[in-house]
Design a binder for this molecule. Sequence first.
Ligand SMILES: Nc1ncnc2c1ncn2[C@@H]1O[C@H](COP(=O)(O)OP(=O)(O)OP(=O)(O)O)[C@@H](O)[C@H]1O
Ligand SMILES: [Mg+2]
Length: 317
Amino acid sequence: MLTTEQIKNQISNVLEKTDFKIGKRYQGKVRDNYFEEDKLVIVVTDRISCFDSVIGTIPFKGQALNQMAAFWFDRTKDIVQNHVKDIPDPNVMVVKKCEPIPIEVVVRGYMTGSLWRDYEKGGRDMYGFEFNERIMKNQLFETPMLTPTTKATEGHDLPISKEEIIKQGVVSKELWDEIENTALRLFERGTEVCRDQNLILVDTKYEFGLIDGKLVLMDEIHTPDSSRFWYQDTYNESFNKVEDPKQLDKEYIRQWLIKKRNYIGDGPIPKLSDEVIIEAARRYIEIYEQITGKDFEITDDPINKRVEDNLKKNGYI
Ligand SMILES: Nc1ncnc2c1ncn2[C@@H]1O[C@H](COP(=O)(O)OP(=O)(O)OP(=O)(O)O)[C@@H](O)[C@H]1O
Ligand SMILES: [Mg+2]
């Protein structure tokens, strides 16, 4: 684990934004994506988003996320083929370009997050399921549930049921069955690997695409930007006390914004303090180490130059 001093030294050595001369650039909230012919160069920056806005940068976050996704792609490649081609830099993943399937395949092991908020408001008939009256917040489902949403290009993603997906012709029934099956197996694998590390994979989102008609897992997998993690050893106690379990993702920053800056997504974005940045970085590194069981390895050269040099060296620029 890095020391506070090591993290502090890198507070301004962050990858905030890139603008390389590669193909067609598309900037997401966290990643800078470069689409070119049959490939896509994904640069995972250090930007962090909360309440759907970018609120700052966290040193090492991009690397931690990229390397975590790389770990999971490798640990699941026997279940489904994935898009990874090359990792020329700790912050970069070069992937095979897929024809995206416009559904966010959300899998949930527990009643929490947005599903809980909808249930609490009285939602019972959701995603094509009938939820009963006796479900508690943060309760484990008997079997993980698939709660897909549409991938909205603007505004919020909307829930959609399996029936609607097939009826609207988004994908065929056969393909949806394969997606469902694959997502559940990925979630099971994620759950098993996490369990060995005292973690619960609470819920997550997968994105799939097609290459030559074959299903491919794309985007990212089991990272704190696409998943929620709880600590296993304190879950029961928290659940019984009707408290939220100790959470290992960006909930920390979200809580700081709410409690210390009174910010819930509206108005001017508050500036993160050095302290909160350092603690957030420490947590991202901790999640990486906890999940992979590996030490997080850093280089302290200027990150922007390092990324550019690695892209040049490997022929991407
Ligand atoms: N292998 C791939 N082939 C084609 N498209 C891909 C592949 N992997 C990821 N994508 C898509 O590339 C886009 C990357 O965007 P990115 O996730 O960075 O931003 P976003 O989804 O617009 O916003 P957010 O930051 O909220 O995720 C997404 O639409 C994703 O589905
Ligand atoms: Mg995305």
